[in-house]
Design a protein around this ligand. Structure first.
Ligand code: NOJ
Length: 432
């Protein structure tokens, strides 16, 4: 049964493309944010990244060589609309046409992610996801993508990991645009989810499309069995794993377990929650790590905090995360309970290693993911396939180029690509 799963790979624009000003591309919030070197661990930026803009054929060929059947990439909004709205940049449209056509010519399915965190700077200057006007800007952007690409691309993912995008970018300020605070967060969450619901309807005007969303999922456990810690864990679980799906299912925001969502109310207009209901054609589950939570009355809004893996004396990856491949099984099973019919994809999974770390660790990680997938299929859960994160080592946001998630390494000087042990192992696995 595991042989019926489709395998592919996920990449994103900021993390790979480079060419950040080339051929009419506008500036995005990540171009601006990474200029402030104190925000990026190795003081790098994404202006060149893996140079996917010029090397897309080589990367797609590598994916094909490994035996991957799906190539999921994201579109840079500011390459299509340099100012976020208004004039279309034809060279930007052409670039993604080239990527799509090349995928099709070598027999790999192109999948589009419409938004992987890189808002055009001009829209940010007007408030970004805090400003309700973003709804119309996003809808307009999606119409342009549909009119240009829907004739050849069947699978679409609207927003990639809304919770990380808004949590890290508008609440903690550790990602672009570097905003903080509960007001920014509440407005941002409501607008990005509503935009996604609108985007779904725009795309579904075209017949035959499969339109989904990609949800960040982190396994949450309480630190102790005490009621206080259990309640705290439930709260963080609602924040990380429920907030960005339940409103689309018509369940509203998870107010009972996460009281801070009451603050979203003032951004909700008549009809919003009805419009929010979205019957996505599939859900993409993306999972990497486990966190342990304890009650902490002094933490504003949450009353809860994470207990670091170091304190718990568990090994961590170069990301500082407790790697948790068992999350694949856990979340696929859990999401299938919302709706057993819904097609599910593991639309990202992977493990970062540091420079010089033995790649065997990543192979072991993927083996455990596959074990989980087998169990999922045995339970007749509707899992369709697995997309690995990621193809080539790339710009890992605020962590720069330090964590290496690729199954292919990148020579930072000449940008040469070399298959790692994981890629060789996966190739064997997929051909057997
Ligand atoms: C999920 C994000 O979608 C991706 O951009 C990121 O690189 C990986 N997680 C690893 O952190």
């Amino acid at each position: 049964m595991i042989g019926d799963l489709k395998w592919g790979v996920t990449i994103s624009a900021v993390q790979t493309e480079g060419a950040y000003k080339k051929d009419g591309k506008g500036i995005s919030i990540w171009d601006t944010f990474a200029k402030n070197k104190s925000k990026i661990k190795d003081r790098s930026d994404a202006s060149i990244a893996t140079d996917f803009y010029h090397r897309y054929k080589e990367d797609i060929d590598l994916a094909v060589h490994i035996g991957l059947k799906i190539f999921r990439f994201s579109i840079s909004w500011s390459r299509i609309l340099p100012k976020g709205t208004g004039a279309i940049n034809q060279k930007g449209i052409d670039f993604y046409n080239n990527v799509i056509n090349y995928c099709l010519s070598v027999g790999v399915e192109p999948w589009i992610t419409t938004y992987h965190w890189d808002l055009p700077q001009e829209l940010q200057d007007k408030g970004g996801w805090r400003n309700r006007e973003i709804l119309f800007c996003y809808e307009n952007y999606i119409k342009i993508l549909r009119d240009n690409y829907a004739d050849r691309v069947t699978h679409w993912i609207l927003i990639n990991e809304a919770i990380v995008c808004i949590g890290a970018g508008y609440f903690l300020g550790i990602h672009a645009p570097g905003k903080r605070g509960i007001k920014n967060f509440s407005a941002g969450i409501h607008h990005i989810l509503l935009a996604q619901a609108k985007g779904y309807r725009v795309l579904k005007k075209e017949k035959g499309l499969q339109v989904g969303t990609a949800i960040s999922c982190t396994k949450i456990d309480p630190y102790t069995k005490s009621l206080k810690d259990q309640k705290a864990a439930k709260k963080i679980d609602a924040l990380m794993n429920r907030l960005c799906i339940e409103p689309h299912l018509g369940m509203g925001y998870p107010e009972k377990d996460l009281p801070l969502t009451k603050r979203i109310e003032k951004f909700i207009e008549d009809g919003d929650m009805e419009e929010m209901k979205t019957n996505f054609d599939f859900w993409g589950i993306q999972t990497y790590a486990r966190e342990v939570v304890k009650s902490a009355w002094y933490v504003p809004y949450l009353g809860a905090m994470l207990v670091s893996p170091k304190k718990r004396k568990v090994p961590v990856s170069i990301m500082g995360w407790e790697t948790y491949p068992e999350g694949a099984y856990y979340f696929l099973e859990r999401f299938s309970k919302y709706n057993p019919e819904k097609p599910l994809w593991l639309s990202e999974c992977g493990m970062a290693l540091g420079e010089g770390e033995d790649d065997q660790k990543r192979i072991e990680y993927y083996k455990r993911v596959i074990e989980g997938a087998k169990n999922v299929l045995e339970k007749r859960i509707n899992l369709k396939g697995i997309l690995v994160w990621t193809l080539v080592d790339n710009f890992e946001w605020a962590e720069g180029y330090i964590p290496k998630f690729g199954i292919i390494s990148l020579d930072e000087k000449n940008l040469d690509r070399t298959m790692k042990k994981t890629a060789i192992w996966l190739k064997k696995k997929l051909s057997s």
